[in-house]
Design a protein around this ligand. Sequence first.
Ligand SMILES: [Ca+2]
Length: 492
Amino acid sequence: MINTLVRFLIFLSLIIPSLAKTNILLITVDDMSCDSVSSFGSKIKDITPNIDKLATQGLRFKKAHVQVGNCYPSRNVMMSGRYPHTSRVEGFYQIKNIKYPVLCDLMKGGGYYTAIRGKVNHSTPYQPYDWNEDLTVLQGGKKAHMKDASSYYDSTRRGINAARKAQKPFFINVNISDPHKPFWKPGDAHPTSKIYNAEDVPVPGFLHDDPTIRKELALYYSSVRRADDCVGAIMKALTESDQLNSTVVFFLSDHGMPLPFAKTQLYHHSTNTPLIVSWPGSTQSGSINNSHMVSAIDLLPTFLDIAKIKEPKGLQGRTFYPLLKGKEQEDRDVIFKEYNENAGGIRNPMRGVQTHQYLYLFNPWSNGKRTMATATNGTATWKRMLALSSNNEVIRKRVNVMRYRTVEELYDVNNDPDCLNNLAKSKDHQNTIKSLRKTLNEWMKKTNDHALVSFKPNNTKLMEDYVQSKQMESDSRRKKKKKIIPKAKKSN
Ligand SMILES: [Ca+2]
């Protein structure tokens, strides 16, 4: 009898670990370009030691993208598993009557403790949403300062402890505010562990090398470093808990740097994201995936797969779980992008498709007169480019691209990742553009995209009617919102 009991207990001890659910820690940074991270090719070799440490412990995806170049819609893709035109979260406004579950509904349904720190109002279609805990709120009701690295340690530790108390596995989403503006500045109450000088920073190929622009970039890179300090604080809390080996860590940025041609655009550097997955016992340390294209739309299905929770109907991405285990996966050769409006509700709709080699963009808003409304128009970099453009033909051309665009753009991202040379009119690339138009058209049809009615790049009227009707929708939405909330807070 005792023998049977002992055997049963041994059997239980063998199966319980395999039944135990894996914790998921999702860390995001705000407005950080992929190639600002050392282990993703930054020209500053030691700028991100903590992110790089995570990379050496896990798997790096070199061809990972987010769908959208601005915050609220980009984060909602991760949390809903739906493209913006499907989730209806296309801008910076709340959608109350949603008919689909989002991440924390699904995770809670699967027995998880769900908690979030930072970007709380940008991560679900409306808020307050039913997370188990908002880790941004400190004891006593005060909010942690979003630029305070040590507070990320406290939030993470608190979330892990609360899950333990609830005897549940956790899904914790920690959203770091850096390098989103305001950038770190000299004398800042919230220090960065390394300050970069204007003369020491690399200038991205899509910007112009100029002392004023370098000065702004130095503040950006000092803020990248502070974001890395926050990653260190979060990982310290996880390492000190006894959960490190039963937790899979995901790290990525919500989109590219908050400067012209990156944030709020769909260029290569707008959406390429430094995705790292570190899962002790599953991902191979220091491995790199350079052959599969994955995107934010695939995150929710992957989380559910790891958590062994059934997918709801209607998810538009698919799990990349096999890639985490070092296996192959078919049909990972294309990703789709979408932009609709800025934080102020101004519509400049764009759609994009990117393959291993090419990026095709469709900009129905581009009519030669309408200009691009974007947060980056307020940057020192943009103002300097405007000032220089009167005497510099190269900069004038770039300013005009940024302002007016053309209906179609095509870039060879392997040879031109900065997207400087638009090949849409190149005779040698007409077959490529035809094929990408077809791919984009099929995706728009399949996902029931409202922009499909405008997808006739030669029909000015169709495109204009579409953009104007969507702008009117946005205007009436904002009018209603103003009536309800007189002072709407916006930040993208
Ligand atoms: Ca952002």
